[in-house]
Design a protein around this ligand. Structure first.
Ligand code: NAD
Length: 334
């Protein structure tokens, strides 16, 4: 029996999660919602993905142009076991009432507060906590990126400080900025540290800046170690950490531009880079402090976590069984 999955909110994250779900042999994508019949709706119809109006109030938009929707969100909810809510941040908590009424499980994204779900989730850090749960929140792209590398180093961390340089907008978003400024999160430490703590019990503080780029986020991380480590140890740890890849400046990876070009060269859908990219040369230890720099492809790093969250919620596999299956299906390198 395949788990029947719907996606509410077919945007940057929703369309990638829908694609990833369609690659799983233990899940079936039943349909997705759209608020309007735009080019994404036409494309998904071409791909054979049923489109549902996100609510009854949006149906006339479809009827007006003769785009036959398969029904509304309520109809979709009647056909699925789980809904992935990838609507804009803050809407998921409002939608939860509908999911509860329909008796379907739900995966929420990082734009929702931790309190929206029973557990905040990054597969390699706390898969077991999501087993059998009804409501799981896949944390944000930044929190996922931090948690992937920090969880690998958890036993060595006395204190971590991360400076996050955040992309201003996703590539398809022409409405957001800044286009010529650097915007600090003036409340320091920023909210990202506490968000990591919803998954990983470590001592961490963060600050964040938004800069005019669309490609990726970059994190500069400093860890005060509670037991000794060498640079080689850290390289070995990251080489053996799933969904983390080492990139060398030596090989031409000067910036996020070349990392995204690498993802394009992989011929992955939407040039997704599901893995967190750590610059190998940035791994340095001075006394009891470890430094490294990593880049996060904000549009895709959370996608495998959505698939793993569903497997945990339906007890389809254990942690490594699920991670391996998801990795294989998406061509994740390790
Ligand atoms: P998005 O704006 O790209 O997509 C949201 C989609 O929901 C759009 O297609 C929009 O039309 C649709 N929508 C709007 N109102 C709706 C409604 N009432 N019902 C159903 N759908 C509706 O947003 P996104 O970037 O994909 O973000 C979705 C969630 O994922 C948010 O919680 C966000 O914080 C989180 N997230 C985003 C990123 C990122 O970098 N884009 C990364 C990780 C997590």
């Amino acid at each position: 029996m395949k788990v029947k999955v719907g996606v509410n909110g077919y945007g940057t994250i929703g369309k990638r999660v829908a694609y990833a779900v369609s690659r799983q042999d233990d899940m079936k994508l039943i349909g997705v919602t759209k608020t309007k019949p735009d080019f994404e709706a036409y494309r998904s119809r071409e791909l054979g993905i049923p489109i549902y109006a996100a609510s009854v109030e949006f149906l006339p938009r479809f009827e007006k142009v003769g785009f036959e929707a398969s029904g509304t969100l309520e109809d979709l909810l009647n056909k699925v076991d789980v809904i992935v809510d990838a609507t804009p941040g803050g809407m998921g908590v409002k939608n939860k009432v509908l999911y509860e009424k329909a008796g379907v499980k739900a995966v929420f994204e990082g734009g929702e507060k931790a309190s929206t779900a029973e557990v905040s989730f990054v597969a390699q850090a706390n898969y077991e906590k999501a087993i059998g749960k009804d409501y799981v929140r896949v944390v944000s792209c930044n929190t996922t990126g931090l948690t992937r590398t920090l969880s690998a180093l958890q036993e060595y961390i006395d204190y971590a400080y991360a400076v996050m340089i955040r992309r201003a907008a996703d590539p398809n978003d022409s409405k957001r900025g800044p286009i010529n400024a650097i915007t600090p999160s003036v409340i320091v430490p920023s909210h990202h540290g506490p968000d990591v703590q919803t998954v990983l019990p470590i001592n961490i503080e963060t600050s964040a800046f938004i800069v005019p780029t669309t490609l990726m986020h970059v994190h500069s991380i400093m860890i005060e170690l509670k037991k000794p480590l060498t640079e080689k140890d850290v390289i070995d740890i990251f080489e053996n950490t799933t969904r983390v890849l080492l990139f060398e400046k030596e090989k031409g990876f000067d910036s996020t531009a070349q990392i995204i070009e690498f993802a394009r060269d992989l011929h992955r859908e939407w040039n997704n880079l599901y893995e967190i990219a750590v610059w190998k040369e940035s791994i340095n230890i001075r006394g009891n402090r470890l430094f490294y720099i990593q880049a996060v492809h904000q549009e895709s790093d959370v996608v495998p976590e959505n698939v793993d969250a569903i497997r945990a919620m339906f007890e389809l596999a254990d942690k490594w069984g699920s991670i391996r299956k998801t990795n294989m299906s998406l061509g994740i390198l390790k």
